[in-house]
Design a protein around this ligand. Structure first.
Ligand code: E4P
Length: 218
């Protein structure tokens, strides 16, 4: 399973990349705003900075919601760096644009997926990735991981190449559940990636090993 980090914070991206297990980055307009990155030029420069840190797919989201606007914006984003993946919302014009980008060899990430039907449409259009939002489904008392399992089954039935990029991942169990189901990618906040490292028996076991070594080598 590939790990992407879900942030626009450059320090967090560097820290995750330094761990050696990072495969890519996802951003969205809210994550950009959270870092105070505003204005088209600053936003585009920020994508280039992220591309200089991580050598993997970097999702950059379009703001346009009409076909012509999505195509124009997406082509410009894709021209910034070879690793840019154009993130397109799950709307009718978005699906048309994904089909267009697919025919031009431009990689896409269809975002705001909340149902199996939407995932099927995005795969039919040739999306490189789809982003089902687990946490936001959990927020409205719907089991997000069940959607991942449903989409996995559908994609396997027809051998769709579209990769399932589990998004809106909030905690380590989301990551484990996605791995069990066979999501291709999980995009995860740094805190949840680091939480995977921890176990109290690892901590106490290491303390004992080091203490015993110190006793024997005093
Ligand atoms: C990533 O591609 C999504 O935009 C992101 O995971 C959404 O996460 P949130 O629901 O925590 O905002």
């Amino acid at each position: 399973m590939k790990f992407f980090i879900d942030t626009a914070n450059l320090d967090e991206i560097k820290e995750a990349n330094d761990l050696g297990v990072l495969d890519g980055v996802t951003t969205n307009p809210s994550l950009m705003a959270k870092e105070g990155i505003t204005g088209t030029d600053n936003i585009l420069n920020h994508y280039v900075k992220i591309c200089s840190i991580v050598d993997g797919p970097i999702s950059a989201e379009v703001i346009a919601t009409d076909f012509d606007g999505i195509v124009q914006e997406g082509e410009h984003l894709a021209s910034l760096h070879k690793n840019i993946v154009v993130k397109v919302p799950m709307i009718a014009d978005g699906i048309k644009a994904i089909k267009y980008f697919s025919s031009k060899g431009i990689k896409t990430n269809c975002t705001l997926i909340f149902s199996a039907g939407q995932a099927l449409m995005a795969a039919k259009a040739g999306a490189t990735y789809i982003s089902p939002f687990l946490g936001r489904l959990d927020d409205i008392s719907t089991e997000g991981v069940q959607l991942i399992a449903q989409i996995r089954g559908i994609y396997d039935n027809y051998a769709f190449d579209t990769e399932i990029l589990a998004a809106s991942v909030r905690h380590p169990m989301h990551i484990i559940n996605c791995a069990e189901i066979g999501a291709d990618v999980a995009t995860v906040p740094l805190k949840a990636i680091k939480a995977l490292l921890n176990h109290p028996l690892t901590t106490s076991g290491l303390e004992t090993f080091l203490a015993d070594y110190a006793k024997g080598n005093a």
